[in-house]
Ligand binder design. Structure first.
Ligand code: ADP
Length: 252
């Protein structure tokens, strides 16, 4: 790619200079490739020490003296931190796999409402949130239930993260004939429509008006790749500043 620009320098009224810059697009692609390779190798390398740490914490938990609340608290804290790091690394690994077109689905018939309920039980183990599931879908759908659950968990975790004052989350399941629609609805701040166009891009994050939320901008990208691979659609319906509705539609 060659960009040529005509520029008149002061005192050079009759002379036109052509300034040329040669931008090698393949170099940019190569830089992206290096970045992707680095992320993929680094996250693979981090997996082993994390497994060791997790095993060590389990051993510590089992062998700790019975009456030691301080130690229990510390183990609990370490487990929470480790869980966060594990999720980040899994996201990085998943995203690089998907970017290389290596997402393989293990499709089997499963009941989507049961899958939704399992996700809610998993997220709400401590009973902090009120997650209301509406709709009754008796028909099974054909898909990779682990991957679809990953999408539901991403949506619900985002609703929890970005709408922290709201502890009520609604999940709606609708039978649309040949397709099913699952929506996760929160009453948080919502997302400007102007920013919504890139929401499902890799590493895209919306500036949250000065509030710092941790994250890599990969959850929605991974979710979109999973749904696309199932032949479905994914999107956001904004409720005019009164929350977000993230949804996906899947063929039965
Ligand atoms: P991450 O949460 O790691 O930033 P995601 O891909 O899950 O990555 O989300 C991308 C961006 O979309 C987030 O940075 C956030 O700004 C916005 N977002 C996602 N879900 C919600 C939600 N329920 N309410 C408001 N903003 C959201």
């Amino acid at each position: 790619w060659v960009h040529l620009q005509a520029r008149m320098e002061p005192g050079e009224s009759n002379t036109t200079k052509l300034l040329g810059t040669v931008q090698d697009i393949s170099k940019e692609k190569q830089a992206d490739q290096y970045k992707d390779d680095f992320i993929s190798i680094a996250s693979h390398e981090l997996r082993t020490p994390i497994t060791i740490l997790s095993g060590t914490l389990q051993l510590l938990e089992r062998n700790k003296p019975k009456e030691d609340p301080k130690l229990s608290g510390l183990i609990d804290q370490a487990n929470k931190g480790l869980k966060k790091v594990t999720i980040l690394i899994e996201d990085l690994l998943n995203a690089s796999k998907m970017n290389e077109g290596q997402l393989h689905l293990n499709k089997k018939p499963f009941n989507i409402v049961e899958a939704v309920n399992e996700c809610c039980a998993h997220i709400n183990r401590e009973g902090i949130y009120k997650i209301i599931v509406e709709g009754d879908l008796s028909a099974d759908i054909l898909g990779d239930s682990d991957r679809i659950q990953q999408v539901i968990i991403n949506f619900v975790n985002n609703a929890i993260k970005y709408a922290p004052d709201e502890k009520i989350i609604r999940i709606k399941a609708v039978d649309q004939g040949d397709t099913i629609k699952i929506s996760v609805i929160d009453s948080g701040p919502g997302i400007d429509y102007g920013k919504a166009a890139h929401l499902f891009d890799r590493y895209y994050r919306v500036d949250s008006k000065g509030i710092q939320y941790s994250g890599l901008g990969l959850g929605l990208y991974i979710s979109a790749e999973i749904i696309k691979k199932h032949g479905g659609k994914i999107g956001l319906t904004n409720n005019n500043g009164a929350g977000s509705e993230f949804w996906f539609v899947l063929p039965k």
